[in-house]
Design a protein around this ligand. Sequence first.
Ligand code: SF4
Ligand code: SF4
Length: 448
Amino acid sequence: MTKKTFRGGAHPPERKDQSKNINIEVLRKVSQVVIPINQHFGAPLEALVAVGDKVKRGQKIADADGRMTVPVHASVAGTVKRIEPRLLANNLEGPCIIIEASAEDDTVFMPVMDPFTVSKDEALSRIREAGIIGIGGAGFPAHVKFAPPPNKPIEFVIANAAECEPYLTIDERLMEERPGDFIDGMAIVMHIVGATRGIVGLEDNKSHLYDSIATAIKERSSGKDISIQLLRTKYPQGGEKMLITAATGRVVPSGGLPMDVACVVSNVGTLRAVSEAFRKGKPVIDTGLTIAGGACLSPKNAIVPVGTLAQDLFPDFSQYDEAKLKRIVMGGPMMGPAVPSLNVPLQKNTSGLLLMDEAEAKSFEEGPCIRCGRCMKACPCFLSPALLNAALKASNLDDAEKIGVIDCIECGACSFVCPSHIQLVQRFRVGKQLVRVKKQKEAQRAGK
Ligand code: SF4
Ligand code: SF4
């Protein structure tokens, strides 16, 4: 079978052996949850509950008007104890609703809905009401992604089954244990966006899942044309643009979106959430993640209530060696942020909790650029990281913009291959923000 891929990229050690053969464990009982009110990319929400209110599992607790908003739901039944700012996975404080769990398990889900008989607007409304965001990504609202404008017809829905970040295996386990769920979600999304073809983009380090996914396609694709495309294992194969190029041969233009080449990309967790929203009426109240790392004594693939504090997973659910723990990462090691403590809530899109030991957390002193060109070869977005770095170091935002800093997907492949250990991606993250602010100011001055 042909294996496809994209140009560039890197091969960081996979480190998936620790958890890839461990079945998903579901944690339902926690004593409290700290639910961030704003977990999506978009406009802020308002709390719909007050301190002292009793809430049911699945009840909407924060929402706002506006297209770029996605509601948040209680992940446990209980009493609202506080509404206050807490440190979040992005290392910034954000408002959170703190619920003390009750012994009862009062649950309120939406009525089940047949996605193939309701109108497109009703289906999109269900996706929004279920609080679905891009799980594993930046939290983009799914109901917006699945509603491209009429002049952007969609041909392909691509399931991101690459899970290219080292350590993470939760998607692999979901595909192994419950392949029908994400295939059903894929068929639903194809129906909503009017796509004629679906492609499951599967990295070849997971080719053992091919047959079970093929069976799930036969059983759960609702007559949609869905196929599997094996992809060469390479980082960042799961990046939207890389996946589109590998699966369809199409290239998303600079500054463009997948819909510009008639594609919608969604990851396995998001597609599973779409299926649950219709088939069970269930909003996103659980998050699936991998717990691993050199300091972790009991690696797991887990589904836990959204808002569970990372520290509350230990020691009853998982264990770690405190003396060995040197760094905590929320997500994968290439793109996930390091956080100062475990007193941080797990969000809808937290795909990993990595407890790293000294060897894994080792940092190197930054040396001078030796113009070796490795970063350029590795960049999947055809950028010149060394030139970008020089522009940003010189605070030359005009040049950084011209060289394309906004097109950087922050994958970290350039930093990984740089022999001088230059903190390239860290600088590009800040640089993108600075360029965006500069553009906003320019637009304001121009009265746009
Ligand atoms: S410049 Fe950006 S997109 Fe290119 S390799 Fe570096 S982090 Fe990835
Ligand atoms: S990989 Fe590092 S040292 Fe080599 S050109 Fe890029 S920034 Fe310079």
